[in-house]
Ligand binder design. Sequence first.
Ligand code: U5P
Length: 296
Amino acid sequence: KIKAVTPSLCFSLQYKQPSILQGRTDVVTVTPWLAPVVWEGTFNPVLLDSIYRPRNITVAATVFAVGKYDVTFLKDFLETSEQHFFVGFKVHVYVFTDGAKQVPQVKMAAGRQLTVRSVPSSRRWQEISARRMEMIQTLIEELRNSTDYIFCLDVDSKFHGHWGVESLGSLVAVIHPGYYRDDRSRFPYERRPTSRAYVAPGEGDFYYCGGAFGGRLQEVHLLAKTCRANFEADAKDGIEAAWQEESHLNRYMWTNKPSKVLSPEYLWQDFKSRSPEVHIVRFSGVIKNYAEVRPN
Ligand code: U5P
């Protein structure tokens, strides 16, 4: 008698036998709250693709290009995302910009699309950075039901290597490349208790990037809504957190632990030489002249 087998378990794929004894030993691959920390060598991209492909998921990405940022960075960001970001999956990139006419034409593969949304220009870069949460919140309210996951990414960055379904989770944070060797007392959290982004001494897990985060729509919506509300309440009290939305994001991730943590491979900085544990740089912030690109 032949037993029934669920179709999703019928793998014809051949792949290397997994081991719980061998693997990366130079880095930590799980947090104390049991969220995976994604490093090269901890996952099999072919296996993961074969699991996710039948699910027919859609991934949205938001990117903001306001002021001088669009002309300078958008082309590279969009072109390299075509080469590396969720290749073979349905991807919808949303560009928020005050220069819609200058958005470069980039050829996108089947199943991938770009939507440009006009936003007002702003005098202060801190304000541009801060208003991202508000726009992400609003976008998610429109997208619900049509999209499964969303990533919010900095435009002054480029993809260099595979960024795919291994990064998916309900709430996903990326460890900042600048501080992961440091004691938490040195993390640039907001340290004034009057701010809603405050993280007390002795608290905080990692220092996460404001330049890349994501997850399921509902989770990212709650994050964006909370960070926006806290930012605005702070503004009413005349306080702006040390690193604007990045500070609020870090405060949020302290009380709402991410379900997946991406290693600094997922947001390196071009000016930093690569550390031995970083076997691949998938995405990195480009070197920029702050005086040139920031309005003031
Ligand atoms: N940003 C702009 N224009 C600005 C400042 C910031 O579009 O004048 C957006 C970009 O998407 C940038 C992100 O990647 O905010 C974070 O800013 P920064 O911290 O990289 O300067």
